[in-house]
Design a protein around this ligand. Structure first.
Ligand code: MLT
Length: 299
């Protein structure tokens, strides 16, 4: 299973603190274009296509969230990044939370956007099964029509139809096998609620005010469980809040990372004053532009 190419972009200064962006289902890393462009002025931004999505290999289509976590950690190892900021939206958040549970030492701050820690309910599992059936019988275009209806706020259909069209195109670029595999991975994911109150790193939770897929109640419950987490509701946005209101989303993200960076600088200054030795683990290897990372073996 651990084989094949993972496509990623790596932008910004190699000296800067890294941030890894994990996209939503069933999109690809280009959904982060606005965030990549803004964040890379100050941070090293790594955005990749989850296996089965975008330009990454599809392989056998048998995926789990565990495998998606392994892929992300393998990518960090390949880039020699020991510790990073991590931001996941929706399925990206499911991966981020499980990665935090399994590898807490690899992350310095967490952004959870339009996501939840709970596993699928029985009803949600049955819906995934229906989606797989629909894709098999009618193809990705039929699935994409239904997906955008629940993913976007009603106003986005009139105010920003271009973004809806762009998302449909992103969905259609995927292979049906990859998308059905991701549906099964989400249906079989573990509940990560237990990791929330063990989370020691700064955490920002963002949610679109009209998110119907992972609603405000899910975001509020994560905030109540994560010590010192911040929660901000993104106005005029549904589930894909970073696309529907990128101005507010990006501002929240930058303010959070900046604040976290200042805290970190304060710690460094204090350690220096106290003569403590500090092993810096943020930052990594030379900058690479767009690349494939071969995880080895047959795809
Ligand atoms: C996503 O946006 O990643 C998915 O819609 C999440 C889900 O279906 O649970």
């Amino acid at each position: 299973m651990k084989s094949g190419n993972i496509y990623f972009v790596d932008q910004g200064s190699r000296q800067a603190a890294p941030i890894v962006l994990i996209h939503a289902f069933p999109l690809n890393h280009t959904m982060w274009n606005s965030q990549i462009s803004i964040l890379s002025e100050k941070y090293r931004v790594i955005a990749y296509d989850i296996r089965g999505h975008g330009e990454s290999d599809v392989g056998d289509g048998q995926y789990t969230i565990e495998l998606f976590v392994d892929d992300m950690i393998a990518l960090l190892d390949h880039l020699k990044i020991k510790k990073t900021n991590l931001c996941g939206l929706s399925m990206g958040g499911y991966i981020a939370l499980r990665a935090l549970e399994r590898h807490p030492e690899r992350f310095s701050a967490l952004v959870l956007s339009d996501t939840q820690s709970e596993a699928d309910s029985d009803e949600a599992k049955v819906k995934r099964s229906g989606a797989i059936q629909l894709i098999k019988e009618k193809g990705l275009a039929a699935f994409a029509e239904g997906f955008v209806k629940s993913a976007f706020a009603p106003a986005t259909f009139t105010d920003n139809p271009e973004v809806i069209q762009a998302v449909k195109e992103m969905i259609l670029k995927n292979s049906p096998l990859g998308i059905c595999g991701a549906l099964l991975a989400m249906a079989t994911r573990t509940d990560t609620t237990a990791v929330l109150n063990k989370t020691k790193i700064p955490t920002l939770i963002l949610v679109g005010e009209k998110d119907q897929i992972t609603p405000l109640s899910a975001a509020t419950s994560m905030k109540e469980n994560i010590p010192n987490a911040q929660l901000h509701v993104i106005s005029c946005a549904g589930h894909l809040s970073h696309l529907e209101n990128p101005t507010e989303f990006n501002r929240r993200l930058l303010v959070f990372l900046e604040g976290k960076h200042k805290e970190r600088q304060k710690d460094i200054d204090e350690d220096i004053k106290e003569g403590k030795e500090r092993m810096d683990t943020e930052g990594g290897s030379p900058n690479e532009e767009n690349k494939y990372h071969d995880l080895g073996g047959e795809a």
